[in-house]
Design a protein around this ligand. Structure first.
Ligand code: HEM
Length: 118
């Protein structure tokens, strides 16, 4: 996933709210700074993300059959984590990265999202 330029993203958001979805999902370019992972933050580290995929993903009746255990060795898993970390840039901190305008979302924000399960 690419690391979108923040100003470009802000311009696009003004034009089309559909980009809110892209904005809300952090790209791999900031992975080191965006733990915990997945939409509900249930995976604490990148090592655990890779272990999750290595065992073929979660236990879900609707899981696509093509998702199978990967049989990666410990070293291969560590290499994959190192690769993901290598995609990351500097943390996007500072006032220029703070969204100050009204977010044009068509759904309600979940205020206590850390405490609720889906
Ligand atoms: C070893 C291979 C893979 C790696 C290393 C990987 C890595 C990741 C990481 C790091 C995240 C968390 C992103 C974040 O929370 O910021 C993620 C989420 C996700 N990945 Fe993968 N991925 C792999 C394979 C796949 C495959 C095969 C699929 C689909 C068939 C997939 C679909 C998704 C989806 C839908 C999410 C979002 C899940 C959520 O937000 O709950 N990934 N992946």
């Amino acid at each position: 996933m690419m690391n979108m330029d923040m100003r470009l993203m802000q311009e696009r958001l003004k034009q089309d709210p559909v980009y809110v979805e892209m904005f809300a999902a952090a790209g791999y370019g900031e992975l080191k700074q965006t733990a915990p992972y997945m939409h509900n933050g249930t995976v604490a580290t990148l090592e655990e993300v890779v272990a999750f995929y290595n065992r073929g993903g979660g236990d879900d009746a609707n899981k696509v059959p093509r998702l199978k255990p990967l049989a990666l060795s410990r070293e291969e898993q560590a290499d994959l984590v190192a690769f993901l970390e290598a995609l990351c840039g500097d943390p996007l901190t500072g006032p220029e990265h703070v969204w100050t305008e009204k977010i044009p979302a068509h759904y309600q924000a979940i205020e206590n999202w850390r405490d609720v399960r889906n």
